[in-house]
Design a protein around this ligand. Structure first.
Ligand code: SF4
Length: 409
């Protein structure tokens, strides 16, 4: 759909920032965010959920960074995540610094929780040095008590004032790589706060109704607030906050944008790993070739292209179909189980063939028809790759050492 012909209000012009590879603000597509519910220290579970969220439509994923083990988990997660990772910081400045050390693509600071000006400026300086943006995430439920008292409650004016004060600290250290949210669980307050924020700032705005609750009420509240603002041209990125599987959040965000004509409708869901120190193939090249080959086929299927067989099938185990690179071979997998091993130059053709068969016969039938020797071949490739590159292909140990130094417990 030609979004320039949209009957919605013209989109408010904002500065543009970049959260990793995702542009936010300016004329960038409105992006969808969600947040993991796993313990960030549980790297495999968190990466599995991140892949699920990416397949459901999340462009950016936030993970909590509430303890040293979470920061150390982020050091492993970030190089292997298919989408940019934002660390949610609660009360401790050390956790913000540790998350930066872990290589996150963005931070979320809550001005009501991290209150000391020197600490806020320290984080902003470090983020600036690393080119990492910060979301000023104001929340009506955790507003700074002084502001709450001054405004007589968590009013729209109070929420915007909280963001303005945080921005003033950032200005002192010349940090402007910022997006802002002014969330409330009251839809009316949230709408008022974002309208005022849009008049006050030219930074990108991250929309959300906080603590919206379980389905279906949470979806209705989130949609009431977010859609109202989007129709007014306000908002550059969004998150539904549901008491539900976060996949529902990502799906809802994506569907809302599609229904308003603000994002293209998706047919094929193709996800690809970012390619890290373990990659055995040109992931971008294979993913592009797979996208070209599959997108015209009109198949309602999720396909994953993964750079290595060590982690790929597990990370993308929720995809209907995927391919992971081994030693000059491609390991075709269905829902995380290896079904066939093919030569490297036949990877894309094998994906197309298997996608067609899945569409005709279904996932269960194709799993039943798998080559029973494939798993053993995959295990041999995994072992050979670990032998070649060691267990720490992404140099996580160095980051963990630095995280431990900065969090000194
Ligand atoms: S190369 Fe392997 S470990 Fe690295 S991001 Fe891709 S699948 Fe994950």
């Amino acid at each position: 759909m030609d979004v320039t012909a949209s009957p919605l209000s013209p989109r408010r012009r904002t500065r543009q920032i970049h959260v990793g590879s995702v542009a936010v603000g300016g004329d960038a597509p409105i992006s969808v965010q969600s947040m993991t519910t796993t313990k960030t220290a549980d790297v495999d579970a968190t990466l599995g959920q991140i892949y699920e969220l990416a397949a459901a439509g999340a462009d950016i994923v936030r993970c909590t960074c509430n303890e040293r083990a979470a920061a150390e988990g982020l050091a492993q997660i970030v190089p292997r995540s298919p989408v940019p990772i934002v660390a949610d910081i609660h009360f401790h400045v050390e956790m913000a610094l540790a998350a930066l050390e872990a290589g996150v693509h963005g931070l979320r600071l809550n001005p009501g929780n991290l209150r000391k000006p020197e600490e806020i400026k320290l984080v902003a300086r470090e983020a600036k040095d690393r080119g990492v943006p910060i979301r000023i995430g104001v929340n009506a439920g955790s507003l700074h008590p002084d502001i709450y008292e001054r405004f007589g409650g968590a009013t729209p004016e109070a929420l915007v004032e909280s963001a303005r004060l945080e921005l003033a600290y950032f200005d002192e250290v010349d940090f402007h790589d910022v997006k802002i949210s002014v969330k409330a669980s009251s839809v009316a307050t949230m709408i008022g706060a974002y309208r005022l924020a849009a008049e006050t700032f030219d930074y990108p705005l991250h929309l959300g109704v906080t603590e919206a609750g379980p389905l279906p009420g949470g979806l209705i509240k989130g949609t009431a607030g977010i859609a109202t603002l989007l129709a007014e041209g306000i908002g550059d990125t969004l998150r539904y906050s549901l008491t539900a599987d976060p996949v529902e959040e990502a799906r809802a965000g994506r569907q809302l944008l599609e229904s308003l004509g603000l994002r293209e409708r998706r047919g094929l869901d193709l996800i690809a790993c970012p390619s890290c120190g373990r990659a055995e193939v040109d992931v971008i090249g294979v993913a592009t070739a797979a996208q070209d080959a599959l997108s015209g086929m009109g198949l309602p299927i999720q396909v994953a292209v993964m750079g290595c067989v060590v982690n790929g099938p597990g990370e993308a185990r929720h995809a209907d179909l995927g391919i992971a690179a081994g030693k000059k071979r491609g390991h075709l997998f269905i829902r995380g189980q290896i079904v066939r091993v093919v030569p490297e130059d036949e990877m894309v053709a094998a994906l197309v063939e298997e996608a067609t068969k899945i569409a005709e016969e279904g996932v269960e039938a194709r799993l039943a028809a798998r080559d029973v020797t494939a798993e053993a071949a995959a295990a041999a490739d995994r072992a050979a790759l670990l032998e070649d590159r060691g267990a720490d292909a992404n140099h996580v140990a160095e980051k963990v050492t630095e995280i431990r130094r900065r969090t000194h417990d």
